[in-house]
Design a protein. Structure first.
Length: 255
């Protein structure tokens, strides 16, 4: 039997109609949804690490722990070209996805690093030894500030955040129910060690606030695990948002 002829314009209209229905039902174009689901979550994206920052560490060590205490002004000057190169590479480096909420602090820290290096150059050009020491200290301090942006205060909270990141930025927007349930269970498994975590000495006075925040976070995760057993997108989305807000409040204990 000969198939009926369908004009190309009619086919195009049908495709556009199907896409419109997909957008109306999900709020996301069908192609975009498929692309998002097919996008793998790399280890680099959920790891708090910036290679360019690590590469700068050796230079900062030489400046701060060797040249500075020895007041070796010639060594400071010799290290400046390398400092320029590594600082420029760091300035161009991107944060991993898991640190997206720290972008503003990262950008501000890079400005301090570059400004202190420029001031160190100026002091070196003027052979102002006192200023060279002052600006070397400032450059080291700016580097340490960037390290604090990247390095987790509590490793157990970072381990929890890696699971939350996948849930909040990938699986919930796609409404991949199996992945959502797996993420919720994985977060639940990260909570016992997190509840026993001890803050570093400089934050010891905030331990009670941290423990209280983790207790709320734990209850929100338990709620999500329970709610995710049913297939109700609205309820699950609300539960995910509650977990995310509880995590943000836990992070704010460190501020």
């Amino acid at each position: 039997m000969k198939k009926p002829f369908v004009p190309a314009a009619a086919l195009l209209a049908a495709v556009l109609l199907a896409a419109s229905v997909a957008v109306a039902q999900t709020g996301t174009p069908a192609a975009a949804t498929t692309a998002a689901k097919d996008t793998p979550i790399s280890k680099e994206e959920i790891t708090r690490q910036v290679p360019a920052l690590n590469n700068l560490h050796e230079l900062v060590y030489q400046l701060w722990h060797e040249a500075y205490p020895a007041k070796d002004y010639a060594a400071i000057k010799q290290l400046l070209p390398q400092a320029d190169e590594l600082t420029a590479k760091l300035d161009a480096a991107a944060l991993p996805g898991i640190l997206r909420d720290s972008q503003a602090d990262w950008d501000a820290g890079k400005v301090k690093l570059k400004d202190s290096l420029a001031a160190l150059h100026k002091a070196a050009d003027a052979n102002d030894e006192a200023a060279m020491l002052t600006e070397t200290e400032a450059y080291h301090g700016a580097f340490e500030g960037l390290v604090r942006v990247v390095r987790p205060v509590v490793p157990e909270l970072d381990a929890f955040h890696q699971e939350l990141y996948k849930l909040y930025h990938y699986h919930m927007p796609d409404y991949d129910l199996d992945a959502i349930r797996a993420d919720a269970t994985a977060m639940q498994e990260k909570l016992p060690p997190l509840s026993k975590a001890t803050l570093p000495e400089r934050l010891a006075g905030r331990q009670k606030d941290f423990d209280a925040a983790v207790a709320v976070l734990s209850s929100r995760v338990d709620e999500l695990v329970k709610i995710a057993k049913k297939d109700n997108r609205e309820d699950i989305n609300t539960a995910v948002e509650n977990v995310h807000m509880a995590y943000v409040k836990t992070e704010k204990v460190f501020e």
